[in-house]
Write a protein that binds this ligand. Structure first.
Ligand code: SAM
Length: 216
């Protein structure tokens, strides 16, 4: 019988040592969210291997170090309104939910019906459903209904920064999006200051492709 809590804490210790987890807020969030609950039953024992894992429909749950990198570089704070594109299993949203609780909210958009319901079930079972709303649709166009967002992150690789996403960013808001080919991307951070958009390249990464109107 696997001691998930022990394995979770060991993984977070390792992510701290390797410099991926740098803040107390992200550390606490990753110590609390049970990644095993966001995996298909036959993969639960692999939950604390620092690797992406299959969740069905050819899609993956992101590796814990990538979730940490994105959470740290988004500079998440309690009370923020966030848009996630690519809900997948719901794990990444749950980690962010821990940080922005109790007053923040995450709108997470997924294009595959079975994954949207998988994520919803996982979020309900683990107690994050009040903080995360899962929506079925093409997130490459963003989600204008609830814009502007303090933070937006895309968990899939786009051919370029989708313009609807920068348009839906609040003043001072930050967007993280992997940009590149279907096989390899650079993690790009866009910060909005009024009409000005500042872009930074945070380094290489590998995500499944973003599909849809502003995707591949
Ligand atoms: N954040 C997820 C997690 O914690 O499990 C991992 C996301 S997975 C790497 C990428 C997801 O993006 C897939 O579930 C895929 O179906 C979804 N996706 C791709 N293009 C999309 C689009 N245009 N709109 C919404 N979701 C999209």
């Amino acid at each position: 019988m696997v001691d998930f809590e022990f394995e979770r804490n060991s993984l977070v210790d390792d992510l701290k040592m390797r410099g991926y987890v740098t803040s107390k807020a992200v550390e606490d969030a990753m110590r609390r969210v049970p990644r095993e609950e966001f995996l298909p039953a036959d993969l639960r024992e692999e939950a604390y291997v620092d690797s992406p894992l299959p969740i069905g429909e050819g899609q993956t749950i992101s590796a814990p170090h990538m979730v940490a990198i994105m959470a740290e570089n988004l500079d998440l704070k309690t009370g923020q309104k966030i848009l996630e594109v690519g809900t997948g299993s719901g794990y990444h949203a749950a980690v962010c939910a821990e940080v922005i609780a109790p007053d923040g909210h995450i709108y997470s958009i997924e294009r595959i019906t079975s994954l949207a319901s998988f994520a919803e079930d996982n979020l309900k079972r683990t107690g994050y459903a009040k903080l995360v709303t899962v929506i079925l649709g093409d997130g490459s166009k963003g989600l204008p209904d609830h814009a502007p967002y303090d933070r937006i992150f895309v968990a899939a690789g786009a051919p370029e920064v989708p313009s609807p996403l920068t348009a839906q960013l609040a003043h001072g808001g930050k967007l993280l999006v992997p940009v590149g080919t279907r096989w390899y991307q650079d993690l790009i951070r866009v910060t909005r200051q009024g009409a000005k958009l500042e872009k930074e390249n945070l380094g290489g990464c590998v995500f499944v492709p973003l599909v849809g109107e502003y995707g591949h």
